[in-house]
Every structure is written in structure tokens, then in C-alpha cells.
Ligand binder design. Structure first.
Ligand code: FRU
Length: 574
């Protein structure tokens, strides 16, 4: 059946559409009815035949005046469709469009608060995509006074698949505006029955002040674990960062000993030496490794050395390679951050841990100040961290996911980001992470107490609890409206965070610490814990508590609380 809807459209307005033929439908008589834009009686855009795989289409309106959309709801499937005006998209964002039965439901920016509020699982202080799948943060940068976030995005469903770069912009790292998809895979991977595409990468501002992005393209891949090819590319964005303007292949083959894992470039310019450097995640003879590349001009790259190679222990326990290496200068030192995908820690059963090492970096040699790796997040739902420099601070975001637990089926999206974290070093040269202070502006009111340390929450609102004192042995229980709970305890010298999903076989606990300060955020199932100034952090994602009703702190004789505060938060999407 053919449906018809009129848009008020202005010249230059763009529509971006991902569509395919509905499974089980024939394309036969579809030619002029499947999907068409008309100006008056004139067809200005028509999809003549829909393929059975997803295909990206884009239409730019070229006259001022109304536009009619016609479509055949029985033959076309459109998982993602939006419009935008390039002249104001940076402020207004895209308008998501949903074709449902005979209607177009338009979701402009003004309607996003309701969209984010009504999903009981949707964090309110953190970024998540409007719909579909996201993983790693990519291309983080601060340009012309605004923060840009790109992210691994699979636009057609809430599952991982052919990778694109989604894009959003913010003035403060908390309030986000969705922009058009920035990068697409080089090939239509759906049509090839393959995965791969525009994998993770980072932003780079050159000595000339110009912005570009280095990223990995996984070429069409038919196996998730082997025999794929990953190459490094550079793109220069158009003005306004809306789309790539120029793209260039910069690196095709890894060094001897490396194999199919060769990805996630982070590039910087060494001002003093006038040279370019890049780190990449890989494996060398099966050991997870970080590779160092060099360039005189940012275009031609040479392999320099293996910057880091993981001890044999990691390979033995499943680690396949390093993912998303980050390498940056902080307070006169260099910090290396890396994720070991596939690794299972024998002592705790935790997977895919994220680690840091702090050291010096002179003449291209990284000398760690400690031989051991610092575990960056004992909860493990904090992965693929990427940091960038803005306003004299090193800021990081990470993907709140570990493949251990999945979002309940039927959700329109999957994947969220952590709170923005500001990085620092403590006196022992350990990396510290604390939330960017912008969260304070979102505080709504202090929580009511029924006893000194029993707080009543406003169920669907984010909550913060901050304590300081002599906290060894403390136990904090958060309870949900369905009776589910999570528990944060300091036990046998370690912090441990348990959620309702736990079967008990994996132990989510920290390294030993004497607990003096603790901040806990709960946000619709996301729990982020910062201890002792952020030298120990733990992040977990539960889907069992969406509404938190109370938080209770249990004290023993030895515990002394000096300060305590507990807050309820506004949504950042409001
Ligand atoms: C990490 C990662 C990266 C890769 C991307 C693909 O989560 O596997 O190594 O570039 O995700 O989506």
C-alpha cells in the first residue's frame, strides 16, 4: 500500500536513509511505489528497486518548498532515517524520522528528552545513541569551543555489524546533540554478507592546526576471529566536521610477526622533534602488543618498534591482541592505556581488562616506572577508553560494556559511554580518573535520609553518594523497586561490586586499598565508582535495576565517616 506525507522542506535540506526490501517480499511491481520524493507532481528521487540487504541512500532537496514522500509500507524496511539542514545542524542536530504504518513520526531535538526519559534502561547523565548499536568512542576532539564525539556505530540494528562512525557534539560533555553519520564502510558490507568497515580511530591536530582523523578500515571480513585485513586510513573532514572530504590510505601491512590484528591508531605530533608518531594495537607472534610508527610528514609511515609486548601470561589466558591503545603525555610523563581482548584473568574470571602503564618516553623508548600493569577499572564495564586534550585537561570516555551481559532484547539501542573522566597522576605515578566537574550543574536536590546513612532515592533519577573518612569495611547496598540490589563492599582490603546478574563465578574486586574517599554514581543501571581520588575505579552495568529506591550504608565500629553527601540528578537529555 502506498503512503504519502508532505514535508515542509527548504533548499539544501538533506535526508539520509538506510533501507532494504522487507524480508520475504518481492520487488516485482515495486518500481515507482517503493520510496519516492516528489515536488508537486514531479518525482525528484525514487528508489527503483530495493535490494534484500541494507543500502544507504541520500537525497538533497534543491528547491525551497514542500516535498512529498511516498512509500510502500509493505515492501520497504527503514531502520534509520533522518533529515537535517546543514546550515543549522550543529545546533539543531538531525531530526530522526520513523515511517510507521501511514505516518511519519518526526523526532527533532526538542523531543529527545522524552525519548531518553521513557526508556527505563537509558542512562540520563551519559551519552547513548538515539537508536541502534554503538561501541568505542572515536575521534574525540575539542574544535572551535565544542566537544566532538564520534563512535563505532552500526546503524541498522542494536547489534554489532558493519561499522560506521556516528557523531555527536556537546558544549560540556554532558548535553549531546546528534549529528549525521560521519564515516561509512568503504564497501556495502551488508551486500557482501561481510563485517568490518570504519573501525576505531582518533583525531589529530597537525602542526598547521588542521584536524584529521586516523582510523582502521577492516576490509570485508568473513570470519570474526581470523583471516581479515586491517588497514590504516586518514580522512580530512569538511568544514563543520559533517563528512569526510578527502581520504587516504596510509598504512597497509604490519611488521614481521604481526598478523590480522593491526588497528585503532592514535597519532600525535612531537613538536620538539618536528616528527609524527602513531601507536597501533596488534599482536606480535601471538602476544598482545602496541606498535610504534613514525613519519616525517604525516603521510608516509615507517614501523619503528614494538612499544609494549604483553608477558606470555596474557596470551596463555586468551588475550588475542591489544585494542584501542592510547598514549599521551600527562604531567611530564607518558601514559599507555590498552585493552586486552579475549583475556580471562585466572584469579577472578574477569574478561577483557583495561590496563595502564606510566613512564618516560625519550628517543622513542617507553620506560615504564613500574613493571606491573595498573588495572584501570575493576568492574570491567569500562573498555576502549580514548582520551584527548582540551582546556588543559586530559579527558577520557569509555564504552560501558564487556560482552558479559547483554541489554534486554527489544531495546532500540545498545551501548553507552562512561561519565567524562579527567585524568591525572598520583604521587606514586598511578593514573587517576575523576568525573569532569560538569556533573555538579546537573544536581537536583540532596537525598532525604531516614537515618544518618539510609538515603531515599527518586527512583528513575541518577544518584550520587560521596563519602570520606576511615571507610575500610564499609558496605553500601542499592535497592531497586523490584527488590533487586547491587552491593559495593570493602572486604578483605578490596572494593567489590556485585550486581543481580552475577552468578558468583566472576569476582569483580579491586586491588587492595585502604579506603578513604568514595564517590558512587548510579544511573539507570550504570554504576561508576571512584575511590581515593580516582586511583581505583569500578564500573558495572546492570539491567536488573532501572529504578533505584534506596541506598543504605552499613557501618561497623571501626568505620568513621567525616563527610557524606547524596544527590539526586536532573537528566542531561532534558
Ligand atoms: C574495541 C574494538 C576495536 C575495533 C572496534 C570495532 O571494542 O574491537 O579494536 O576497532 O571495536 O568495532
Amino acid at each position: 500500500m502506498k503512503e504519502r506525507v508532505e514535508f515542509v522542506a527548504k533548499r539544501g535540506m538533506r535526508f539520509e536513509i538506510w533501507a532494504r526490501q522487507k524480508p520475504g517480499k518481492s520487488n516485482a511491481a515495486a518500481a515507482d511505489e517503493t520510496f519516492a520524493f516528489r515536488v508537486g507532481d514531479r518525482v525528484v528521487y525514487r528508489i527503483a528497486a530495493l535490494p534484500p540487504y541494507f543500502q544507504f541512500y541520500t537525497y538533497t532537496h534543491h528547491v525551497d518548498g514542500p516535498l512529498t514522500l511516498e512509500w510502500d509500507d509493505s515492501t520497504i524496511e527503514i531502520p534509520l532515517f533522518y533529515s537535517f539542514d546543514p546550515d543549522n545542524v550543529a545546533e539543531k542536530g538531525v531530526t530522526f524520522l520513523e515511517l510507521r504504518d501511514d505516518r511519519v513520526i518526526a523526532r527533532p531535538k526538542a523531543s529527545w528528552p522524552e525519548w531518553y526519559e521513557c526508556d527505563p534502561n537509558r542512562p540520563q547523565l551519559r551519552f547513548s545513541p538515539f537508536q541502534a548499536w554503538m561501541n568505542d568512542p572515536n575521534g574525540l576532539c575539542f574544535i572551535d569551543g565544542r566537544y566532538h564525539l564520534f563512535y563505532q556505530f552500526h546503524p541498522v540494528e542494536a547489534e554489532w555489524g558493519p561499522m560506521h562512525w556516528g557523531h555527536a557534539v556537546s558544549d560540556d560533555l554532558y548535553h549531546w546533540t546528534h549529528l549525521p553519520v560521519f564515516l561509512h564502510p568503504e564497501e556495502n558490507l551488508w551486500s557482501l554478507g561481510a563485517t568490518g568497515g570504519a573501525f576505531s580511530g582518533s583525531a589529530f591536530v597537525g602542526p598547521d592546526g588542521k584536524l584529521s582523523f586516523f582510523y582502521t578500515e577492516r576490509l570485508p571480513a568473513y570470519d570474526l576471529y581470523k583471516d581479515y585485513k586491517e588497514v590504516q586510513k586518514k580522512v580530512v573532514p569538511s568544514a563543520g566536521l559533517l563528512r569526510p572530504e578527502a581520504s587516504q590510505l596510509v598504512l597497509v601491512d604490519g611488521p614481521p610477526g604481526s598478523a590480522h590484528d593491526f588497528r585503532d591508531p592514535k597519532v600525535w605530533y612531537d613538536q620538539a622533534r618536528g616528527i609524527y608518531r602513531m601507536v597501533l594495537g596488534a599482536a606480535i607472534d601471538g602476544d598482545p602488543a602496541v606498535l610504534l610508527y613514525g613519519s616525517e610528514d604525516g603521510a608516509g609511515w615507517q614501523f619503528l618498534s614494538v612499544l609494549y609486548r604483553a608477558p606470555e601470561h596474557f596470551r596463555r589466558h586468551g588475550a588475542r591482541c591489544v585494542e584501542c591503545p592510547d598514549f599521551f603525555e600527562l604531567d611530564g610523563r607518558f601514559v599507555l592505556v590498552m585493552g586486552f581482548v579475549g583475556y580471562t584473568e585466572p584469579a577472578t574470571g574477569r574478561h577483557n581488562l583495561l590496563y595502564a602503564q606510566v613512564g618516560t618516553f625519550d628517543d622513542d623508548r617507553f620506560m615504564p616506572s613500574a613493571s606491573t600493569l595498573q588495572e584501570l577499572d575493576f568492574g570491567t564495564d569500562f573498555y576502549a577508553m580514548q582520551s584527548f586534550r582540551a582546556r588543559d585537561r586530559q579527558i577520557a570516555l569509555a564504552w560501558l560494556f564487556n560482552w558479559e551481559f547483554r541489554k534486554p532484547a527489544g531495546s532500540p539501542y545498545s551501548g553507552e559511554l562512561s561519565l567524562p573522566r579527567v585524568l591525572g597522576l598520583d604521587a606514586q605515578l598511578r593514573l587517576t580518573m575523576v568525573p569532569d566537574e560538569g556533573y555538579r550543574l546537573l544536581r537536583a536536590r540532596e537525598l532525604t535520609r531516614t537515618s544518618p546513612y539510609h538515603f531515599i532515592c527518586e527512583p528513575t533519577r541518577p544518584v550520587e553518594l560521596s563519602l570520606s573518612g576511615k571507610l575500610d569495611g564499609i558496605c553500601i547496598v542499592g535497592r531497586g523497586s523490584e527488590g533487586e540490589s547491587f552491593t559495593l563492599v570493602h572486604d578483605s582490603g578490596r572494593l567489590a561490586l556485585a550486581i543481580a546478574e552475577d552468578a558468583g563465578d566472576i569476582k569483580y574486586h579491586s586491588v587492595p586499598l585502604s579506603l578513604e574517599q568514595l564517590t558512587l554514581f548510579f544511573d539507570r543501571g550504570v554504576i561508576e565508582v571512584f575511590a581515593n581520588g580516582g586511583v581505583v575505579c569500578g564500573t558495572r552495568r546492570t539491567y536488573k535495576i532501572t529504578a533505584l529506591t534506596s541506598v543504605e550504608v552499613t557501618l561497623s565500629d571501626k568505620i568513621r565517616i567525616d563527610t557524606s553527601e547524596a544527590w539526586s540528578y536532573e537528566s542531561a537529555w532534558m
